[in-house]
Design a protein around this ligand. Structure first.
Ligand code: MLT
Length: 207
């Protein structure tokens, strides 16, 4: 049986248009990033699942043992479950997974990174806001020119500059086309993130 997630789906304004896969942060839900999607790429379709793991009642996409310390077995299981859900949703709602661009914040960025590293068949690219290295896979996937934007904060107490560069290097070594954008901020999402991501998307779609 294919996995089900509580989710929001909105078709793209133009049939065959891009789909933003919205992945909320810890304690968020499927509605959180919908307004962001409307600014990032007006007219894009939206697939926005709610994370199934609860941490003291707060939804997440995978278990963690402590702040920044992930339960890797659960992460692998949850990434695979989410990828199956995306593939299933693509068949159900009639879109191509190549046209799916993840836009994830914090825990959502980390599961997006895990999807790219473990199940690249489910995505065509990703925007990762405040992302960490979710895991280092035993075997690197082939991410031939998959576009990835990492937008992290210079003074983020949770994610160091080194970890950001490690994530970029890991994705690049798998073949992804990675851009790192630095914001003058901490872990919170800012207007500058939104502008950066909007411009990055517009540039890629103009190519
Ligand atoms: C969070 O609060 O979500 C963390 O910083 C990132 C994570 O646990 O994946």
């Amino acid at each position: 049986m294919t996995p089900e997630f509580i989710h929001v789906y909105r078709p793209p304004a133009t049939p065959g248009g891009p789909i933003l896969l919205l992945l909320h942060g810890t304690g968020g839900n499927e509605n959180d990033l919908v307004p962001l999607a409307e600014v990032l790429l007006p007219g894009a379709g939206i697939l926005s699942p709610r994370g199934k793991v609860l941490e003291r009642g707060m939804p997440r996409f995978f278990r963690r043992l402590a702040e920044g310390v992930f339960d890797i077995e659960d992460l692998k299981f949850r990434a695979s479950e989410l990828a199956d859900f995306i593939v299933d949703a693509a068949a159900k709602y009639d879109f191509s997974t190549r046209g799916v661009i993840a836009a994830g914040f914090s825990n959502g960025a980390n599961i997006a990174g895990a999807l790219l590293l473990l199940r690249p068949d489910a995505l065509g690219g990703g925007i990762l806001f405040r992302a960490m290295v979710p895991l280092v896979p035993g075997m690197l996937p082939t991410l031939a020119s998959t576009p990835v934007l990492i937008s992290n904060g210079r003074i983020d107490p949770l994610v160091s500059a080194e970890e950001t560069e490690q994530l970029a290097a890991l994705l690049r070594s798998a073949g992804a086309d990675v851009k790192v954008a630095w914001q003058n901020s901490g872990h919170e999402l800012t207007q500058a993130d939104v502008i950066t991501a909007r411009e990055w998307l517009a540039q890629r779609r103009g190519q």
